[in-house]
Design a protein around this ligand. Structure first.
Ligand SMILES: [Zn+2]
Length: 66
């Protein structure tokens, strides 16, 4: 999900907001003070990460211990 990070210009409150559409960013307001002067972070807070299937090579060599 497109979870963007925002920084309030009024109280410098950092928060995350779910922004489905790019136009919705304009409607984002600060949850702390309610100001609409928020700045969107450049990087996504929780973006879509491609799950890479890594092969774990674990050589299990159990020797019969007594
Ligand atoms: Zn604020």
């Amino acid at each position: 999900m497109p979870l963007y990070g925002f920084i309030c210009d009024d109280c410098a409150e950092d928060f995350e907001e779910l922004v489905m559409s790019s136009s919705k960013v304009d409607a984002v307001v600060c949850p702390a003070c309610g100001s609409n002067k928020v700045q969107r972070q450049l990087s996504l807070v929780a973006g879509i990460k491609g799950s890479s299937s890594g092969t774990t090579n674990s050589a299990s060599c159990s020797t019969g211990g007594g």
